[in-house]
Structures are given as C-alpha cells and as structure tokens.
Design a protein around this ligand. Structure first.
Ligand code: C5P
Length: 224
C-alpha cells in the first residue's frame, strides 16, 4: 500500500504577526512546515510528500528537498494548491491532505485515518466540540447548534486517490471553493468516516500556540 501526502503551504497570510507566513515561522530552530514534512518522512508507508508553496519561494525551498519531498508552485487558493499537488501523485492508493501548521499529529491518528479511507473512501480525524456553537448575525444569536452533532475537523484528511481527484475536478467545474476537502467529498455524495482525533494535534495559529508548541517539542525530545 502506498500513501502520499499533500501539505498545502502556498498561503502568504501573516495574520500570525511578523514577516513570514506562519508555516515558515521558526519552532525549536526550524520552520513549522519542516517539522511537518520530517514527521511524515519518518513514516515508511509515505512514498511522497508534495508541498505546494508560493511560486516566489520555490527557488529557496527546492534546495532542502529529499528525494521523497517535492515542492511545487501553489495556486490562487488552497483548493487550487491541493490540485497542483495532486498532479504530482500518480501511483498512491491513498492521498492525505495535511495542514502545514499541525506538526503534532501522531502515527496512530494518521494510520487510523488511512485505514478508514482504504475501507470507506474518505476519512478524517475529529474532536468533539466542547463549546456551544451559536449561529450569529452581526451581534445577535440567530440559533444554537446541537453540540452532540458537531465535530471539529483535524488533519491528515485521507482519500482514496481517485476520490480526491474526482471531487476536486467537480468543484472546479462547479466553481466551488473550499478550505476542507473532506467537506467537498460529502457534497459529492461520498462516505466520509470520522476517526478519533487528538488534542495535541492542534493548529499553530496564534503566537500563544507557538509557546505551547515549543514546550511540547521540548517534552517530546526528552521522552525520545
Ligand atoms: O489562509 P488560510 O489559513 O485559509 O490557508 C489555509 C492553508 O492553505 C494554509 O496552509 C495555506 O498555506 C494554504 N494555502 C495554499 N495556497 C493558497 C492559499 C492558502 O496552499 N493559495
């Protein structure tokens, strides 16, 4: 069985603060994105890690590529970047799409999602939602969602390769743009299974998250 991974990293958003997009910010001395790539490379089931990056950054990152890592120019949107990444994948049975700022996924989470995708088509790790979620309009609550029916999506989101290809092509034809490919698969009628996510597998989005991430790296390095 072969698995390939796409890590869309072509966004230039700097909401995080600082000059660099958050996936290139340093965590324990190297870019967050590199932690993610290296973690996938530790997994011998992973044939290839494809990383769409902003075109102007390609010359800088190509030099760091191992033969299992391929950097490609991303597109205008995350979805387009994933499509460009998928063009570099031919043989794999499963493709995983993973956020560039989630360096703490475990092999258990990854393998659980891969196994469920092999069986059902598409799978992603989720966490229960602990906060009540209200639907609001300006500063008024319109209605309240039933918490037990909600799940917070994590990555790696895993797909049988042909399914990911199909839903991305259909979305392009239909002019649908999304930040969540599993949601696209639901839209086009595929079964999308959920597996247990992991609270450690968080997205580094705010400066406070980086401090937590630094502490975790230190703890993991001591345990190793
Ligand atoms: O900007 P946003 O947080 O929605 O981006 C989500 C992810 O998609 C980020 O990892 C970003 O680097 C990636 N992205 C991309 N190509 C784009 C825009 C965003 O790969 N054109």
């Amino acid at each position: 069985m072969t698995v390939s991974v796409i890590v869309p990293a072509a966004g230039l958003g700097t909401r995080f603060g600082g000059e660099l997009p958050k996936q290139f910010q340093s965590l324990a001395g190297k870019p967050i994105l590199l932690h993610v790539i290296e973690r996938f490379l530790l997994d011998e089931n992973v044939a290839r890690v494809v990383v769409p990056v902003a075109e102007q950054l390609l010359p800088a990152v190509r030099q760091t590529a191992s033969d299992r890592v391929v950097f490609v120019a991303g597109g205008e949107s995350r979805q387009e970047s994933v499509m460009r990444g998928l063009e570099m994948i031919e043989e794999s049975e499963i493709v995983a799409v993973h956020d560039a700022v989630r360096p703490f996924f475990t092999p258990e989470t990854f393998h659980g999602a891969v196994a469920a995708a092999r069986e059902f088509g598409v799978a992603l790790p989720v966490l229960p939602v602990n906060d009540t979620i209200h639907v609001v309009n300006e500063d008024v609550v319109m209605h309240t969602l039933e918490r037990s029916t909600l799940a917070a999506a994590q990555t790696p989101q895993c797909f049988q390769t042909e399914i990911l290809r199909d839903v991305l092509q259909r979305a392009q034809v239909d002019g649908v743009n999304t930040t969540d490919e599993a949601g696209l698969a639901v839209r086009y009628g595929y079964t999308v299974k959920i597996v247990a996510g992991d609270p450690m597998n968080f997205k580094i989005t705010r400066p406070e998250d980086l401090a937590v991430a630094e502490a975790l790296i230190l703890r993991w390095s001591k345990e190793a």
